[in-house]
Write a protein that binds this ligand. Structure first.
Ligand SMILES: [Zn+2]
Length: 161
């Protein structure tokens, strides 16, 4: 974890009234510990950092997941990482609907390319929007032209909890 500063999404500040103090503390630590949008911090470690018990942290994370702010991923049955959305959950509609509405991009060996402007970079450089349950379809937002698209990733065993 680097020293310095932490990027905090404005939509969360705009919606601060809807967050409990514990949820905010957990969020701050998830963001603080995120690298390329992923936090591998354990619930036990978060609990230690904010001096709460593990169950409070677990409850806060569940609530943040229900609010669509945090996504938890598992790999081979174990907790893998948390992801804090950098922008609000896609406007209405389910994930399948998103799949129909947005174009498909290409993914190859961890690199994704935007279907509109062909911007190409490692997947982690794109903003995540959502992740389908089977862990094979990911929604990305192009940092170059802001087009939203989805890709089929080859990463097996990655699943949203
Ligand atoms: Zn683009």
């Amino acid at each position: 974890m680097s020293k310095g500063w932490t990027k905090f999404p404005n939509y969360l500040i705009d919606g601060l009234a809807a967050l409990k103090a514990g949820e905010l503390k957990v969020l701050l630590w998830l963001l603080r510990s995120s690298y390329h949008n992923r936090s591998y911090l354990s619930q036990a470690k978060i609990a230690e950092k904010i001096r709460k018990d593990r169950r409070s942290v677990s409850r806060a994370i569940s609530s943040l997941k229900e609010k669509g702010i945090v996504q938890a991923y598992r790999y081979k049955g174990k907790n893998s990482f948390y992801l804090v959305r950098m922008e609000p959950c896609a406007e209405g509609g389910g994930k399948e609907e998103m799949g129909n509405r947005f174009p498909q991009g290409r993914e190859r060996l961890g690199f994704a390319s935007c279907p509109k402007c062909s911007f190409s970079a490692p997947i982690s450089n794109f903003t995540y929007l959502a992740h389908s349950k089977d862990g094979t379809k990911e929604f990305l937002s192009c940092p170059s032209c802001q087009t939203r698209f989805w890709i089929l990733t080859g990463r097996q065993g990655l699943e949203e909890k």
